[in-house]
Design a protein around this ligand. Structure first.
Ligand code: PMP
Length: 446
């Protein structure tokens, strides 16, 4: 127990958390002066590290000029400028931006916007949503309903919105040996068509997926061709495609928008985390003009809203972050540093008896642990491997994001790495060294 009782309700009630008192580049510093390399940006948030002057100054200046003006009455310069910058760089015809305060809010807004779009167009019978198993879209009830992580959903099941879940595109664990990646991608994408037909061809609102699955699988991109086929199916049945880039967007995978690598344009795109880079809580939902026009030509009012949408200080932070990403060509740097990290991880863990897979894109990399490499048998969840890894890494001064495998053994324990884009090659090497020591100590113990 800490000497003084904490009244903050932490995520883990028995956690005895150190106090973070400072941030310096890629490091967080606790009250004893210990420095932690932020190898996961918390959960893929801190893309610019913890002491970016441009973002800090932008936040301070905005607070001095105007802290808050409700969007029911006003728009603001930072919100307009950030929306313009995002749209200028967004794929396809995404040209409206709805600001929120985080990822779950972005997903909630997307779900409601998709439903309202169909209602406005005279298709109120569209009431089903399709998502994927082993996905995470947030913790509010709508977003949790979209997520396919049984462990997170279990206690709240009676409260959740009825959504169905198809298989993710998870090549390492689910592609049989004799099937090519292309055939595998088409086969799992076609599950979407089968599900639409099962539910009723004109009854589906939207399909939601993460381009690169973050929290539940640990940086798993789809195989080439998967999302193209998904896009075709959505178009064929008038189903909206919602891509959730809350974790993998904003340069994390080496493109400002992760879907650029898959060559698809969604109807609605959700971003958050890296958009504010941790300097302010902000998320956004981008949508195509077709969706916006259906609503503006219809009731003219999106039946949704939160007090802090378009918050000027959050928007000022977002504007400074995206300007930094673009002016410093950081997505391109993420590609080269990502390639460097990927080879460093392969060198450190490639021959490791209990590492089944190392995968990811850019500075979004995951390592999946298995009890047996040949059979891909996962570790017994009772071992609590992920929790032990988190603790051992923390002791090494490394923040990484381990997640337990599923109880049914469909995926194993994994560690997600999402270091700041400013991390040097030497810092990435150091991160891999710390992780390696943590993994060795845990594996010896179990
Ligand atoms: N979608 C994805 C893909 C996420 O990874 C997360 C957060 N981990 C969310 C949505 C929810 O975001 P937030 O925690 O900001 O509500």
């Amino acid at each position: 127990m800490s000497p003084q009782k904490s009244h903050v309700f932490p995520r883990h009630c028995h956690a005895n958390l150190p106090k973070a008192v400072g941030g310096d580049g890629c490091y967080l510093i606790d009250e004893t002066g210990k420095r932690y390399f932020d190898g996961s940006g918390g959960a893929a948030v801190s893309c610019l590290g913890h002491s970016n002057d441009r973002v800090r100054e932008a936040v301070k200046a905005q607070v001095d000029q105007l802290a808050f003006a409700h969007t029911g009455f006003f728009t603001s310069d930072p919100a307009e400028a950030l929306a313009d910058l995002l749209i200028e760089n967004a794929p396809g015809d995404l040209d409206r931006v709805y600001f929120v305060s985080g990822g779950s809010e972005a997903v909630e807004s997307a779900i409601k916007l998709a439903r309202q779009y169909h209602v406005e167009r005279g298709e109120p019978q569209r009431r089903h949503l399709i998502a994927r198993k082993q996905s995470y879209h947030g913790n509010t009830l709508g977003a949790l309903s979209a997520g396919g992580n049984e462990w997170r959903r279990a206690q709240f099941a009676p409260l959740l919105v009825d959504m169905t879940h198809i298989a993710p595109c998870y090549e390492y664990a689910e592609r049989p040996d004799g099937e090519t990646p292309q055939d595998y991608g088409l086969r799992v994408a076609n599950e979407l068509e089968a599900e639409i037909q099962r539910l009723g061809e004109d009854s589906v609102i939207a399909f939601i997926a993460e381009p690169v699955v973050g929290a539940t699988l640990g940086a798993v991109p789809a195989v080439p061709g998967y999302f193209k086929r998904v896009r075709e199916i959505c178009d064929q049945y008038g189903v909206l495609l919602i891509l959730d880039e809350v974790m993998c967007g904003m340069g994390r995978t080496g493109h400002l928008f992760a879907c650029d690598a898959d060559g698809v344009v969604p109807d609605i795109l959700c971003i958050a985390k890296g958009l504010g880079a941790g300097y302010q809580p902000i998320g956004a939902m981008l949508c195509s003009s077709a969706i916006y026009d259906a609503i503006s030509d219809g009731t003219g009012f999106f039946q949704h809203g939160h007090t802090y949408i378009g918050h000027p200080v959050a928007a000022a932070a977002g504007l400074a972050v995206v300007s930094e990403l673009l002016d410093r060509a950081l997505p391109a740097q993420v590609q080269s540093r990502g390639a460097y990290l990927s080879s460093a991880l392969s060198a450190a863990f490639g021959q490791y008896a209990h590492v089944g897979d190392i995968r990811g894109r850019g500075l979004f990399q995951g390592i999946e642990f298995v009890a047996d490499r040949e059979t891909k048998r996962t570790f017994d969840p009772k071992l609590g491997l992920a929790g032990k890894l988190k603790k051992a890494a923390f002791a090494e001064g490394l923040i990484c994001y381990p997640m337990p495998g599923t109880r049914d053994g469909r995926n194993g324990d994994h560690v997600l790495l999402a270091p700041p884009f400013i991390a040097t090659e030497a810092e990435l090497d150091d991160m891999v060294g710390r992780l390696s020591r943590a993994v060795s100590s845990v594996m010896e113990a179990v």
